[in-house]
Design a protein around this ligand. Structure first.
Ligand SMILES: [Zn+2]
Length: 317
């Protein structure tokens, strides 16, 4: 049966084509477009398909994309590599957000696979979600991961790494022998072009996660988006991974001062739109997610008396 063609297909960048891109032996990147919620053509989520080069073990998906992704990219990618839908036994979610767990229900229905996720992100699946036109029905995972487990995925042992901060149940999936770490959105350098800033609702947890990654022997970091200023999907070698972690740490440590300075430059009081424009001035366009993420940081600054909120303005104290 032919698969539906995504209206957001971008052949030049392999986005939404269902064409698996070889990253490392047994690791394939599958790019799904994040349009129309984000209208920037360079914006996509990288899903990963793990396969066993010896052909013995079943393939495994890391993340399931947005609701349409089962049919626009995942089933076509499995087929391109010679697998039937029923060969997929497990999909692991790096976290619960709509572009990572968005096609869980469709994928489980189409393949019979189990859905695994970090325990603290399990409740978000049970609640369901809506993001732009994407509706994610409430559903449950088949297995909740605590971090610390060793799981066999596509014939290799992976360690589950607890990586909270971006979401409470964010996990990393780590092949210690090869130094390969899948991180989802758990660590974000300077954020994506849709954000312009890193999104970490719990900063103490995020800093601990950065320290944890810095201490791991990682040669290949595989994040789910192109986080500025790094190339998409594959950060290597170890020295670049260290730089990625250091850039992430600096971005999260300087955001309060950058926000304060943006408000000061605007005369001591500014709307979130003015603040977001100032913070993201070096971005090609105003990132759609900057305002809600920055509002979250401003609320944390308000809690320690550095700013206050009055009507639609933020005032520097
Ligand atoms: Zn994401």
């Amino acid at each position: 049966m032919p698969h539906p063609v995504s209206p957001f297909r971008d052949e030049a960048r392999d986005v939404a084509t269902g064409h698996p891109i070889a990253i490392l032996p047994g690791i394939w990147e599958i790019r799904e477009s994040l349009a129309p919620a984000f209208d920037t053509p360079e914006t996509w989520v990288s899903l990963f398909l793990l396969t066993d080069p010896t052909g013995h073990a079943s393939p495994v998906m890391i993340d399931t994309g947005v609701p349409r992704s089962t049919h626009t990219v995942i089933l076509p990618a499995l087929e391109a590599l010679g697998f039937a839908p029923s060969d997929l036994k497990v999909a692991v979610n790096t976290h619960s957000h709509h572009d990572h767990a968005g096609s869980n229900v469709q994928l489980r229905e189409a393949t019979g696979c189990q859905i695994w996720i970090g325990r603290l992100d399990g409740p978000a699946l049970l609640r369901g979600d809506r993001f732009g036109p994407d509706e994610i029905p409430p559903h449950s995972a088949d297995r909740l991961l605590d971090g610390g487990e060793i799981v066999n995925l596509a014939g290799r042992d992976y360690e589950i790494i607890d990586m909270p901060g971006h979401s409470p149940g964010s996990i990393g999936i780590f092949d210690r022998e090869r130094g390969i770490l899948f991180t989802g959105d758990a660590i974000q350098a300077r954020g994506t072009t849709t954000q312009g800033v890193p999104g970490a609702s719990n900063r103490p947890a995020y800093r601990n996660t950065l320290a944890r990654v810095r201490a791991l022997p990682v040669e290949h970091l595989l994040p789910a988006h192109a986080y500025l200023p790094f190339p998409p999907a594959h950060v290597t070698p170890a020295s670049e991974v260290h730089r990625y972690v250091d850039v992430s740490r600096e971005a999260i440590d300087t955001i309060d001062d950058r926000l304060a300075s943006a408000i000061r430059t605007a005369g001591g009081s500014a709307t979130i739109a003015v603040i977001a424009d100032a913070i993201c001035a070096d971005q090609p366009r105003t990132p759609v997610l900057a305002a809600p993420i920055l509002t979250d940081y401003l609320n944390q600054m308000a809690a320690v008396g550095r700013v206050r909120h009055d009507a639609d303005h933020w005032i520097l104290l």
